[in-house]
Design a protein around this ligand. Structure first.
Ligand code: 6GU
Length: 264
């Protein structure tokens, strides 16, 4: 599954290639990597997160690198119908999530060391840089809203109690709720936690790690259905291969995502 590379499970901080920024250094982070990263998820659809049992993150949970707990928001209601929403103050369409169950759910999981993420299309765009920062936190809480969102006082109140509160969007489109977005963030962050990806070198040459898209990849056979692998990749000249790959990165980024390049 991990290509036969040795797993990195010691406590050596090998991952941080750049010094922590000043702002980042003030936030709680993992001074050593002996303890699992704790992830709490609050949602009205706990079953969305069954995918955390499979693949790389499933293995990371089993091996104790990540400790995930999923909480049903309705367990923090007290009425017979386990109501989590109500009509918007000021009127308008849709429903808003009531603050009381969220307050009680957060009371159960929050500490002053927690980073709390509210996935919302009204949040700041989640990008790889943020994933790297979140991979250094010891406790992440994901609060998954549905309907038209969560009563804003929950977010404001959480700001007074948590180490850090983030409203994050995963892109300029609308989902039905925060669950899938939280999964996206958890997968992007989880694979950056040391030891989760067996070969840490594979994290370096990826799209977005150096601000460019990744170069195209090929494997055997050298010819397939009349299509050939670029000859430079078969020549064994490592400098030429590196130069070709970098040029491919630039060409691809210019063509597909020109806005990622610095202004000329
Ligand atoms: Cl984080 N939530 C929802 N509901 N929709 C989104 C989103 C988040 N990010 C993009 N669209």
């Amino acid at each position: 599954m991990d290509g036969g590379h040795p797993r990195v499970v010691d406590a050596t901080p090998t991952r941080r290639s750049q010094p922590r920024s000043w702002a980042d250094s003030r936030r709680p982070h993992r001074p050593n990597y002996a303890e699992a990263v704790r992830i709490d998820i609050v949602t009205i659809f706990p079953e969305f997160f069954s995918v955390l049992d499979v693949s790389l993150l499933g293995s990371a949970r089993k091996s104790g690198l990540i400790d995930v707990a999923v909480h049903d928001l309705r367990d923090f209601t007290h009425d017979r119908h386990r109501t989590v929403d109500d009509t918007p103050s000021g009127g308008g369409a849709g429903m808003v999530m009531r603050p009381e169950p969220w307050g009680e759910a957060l009371d159960a999981v929050l500490t002053d060391q927690s980073t709390v993420v509210f996935p919302t299309p009204a949040g700041r765009l989640f990008v790889q840089k943020q994933a790297r920062e979140l991979a250094d936190r010891e406790h992440l809480i994901f609060c998954c809203g549905r309907y038209e969102g969560i009563d804003q006082r929950v977010i404001e109140h959480t700001r007074t109690r948590a180490a850090e509160v983030l409203e994050l969007s995963i892109g300029d489109y609308v989902l039905n709720g925060g669950e899938v977005a939280a999964m996206v963030v958890i997968e992007a962050v989880g694979r950056l936690i040391p030891g989760v990806v067996g070969n840490p070198e594979s994290l370096v040459e990826e799209s977005h790690e150096d601000g460019l898209l990744e170069y195209p990849s090929y494997t055997k056979p050298a010819e397939w259905r009349g299509l050939e692998t670029p000859p430079v990749l078969l020549g064994g000249n490592h400098a030429a291969i590196a130069a070709w790959r970098h040029e491919q990165q630039l060409e691809r980024t210019r063509r597909v995502r020109p806005e990622l390049l610095p202004p000329a």
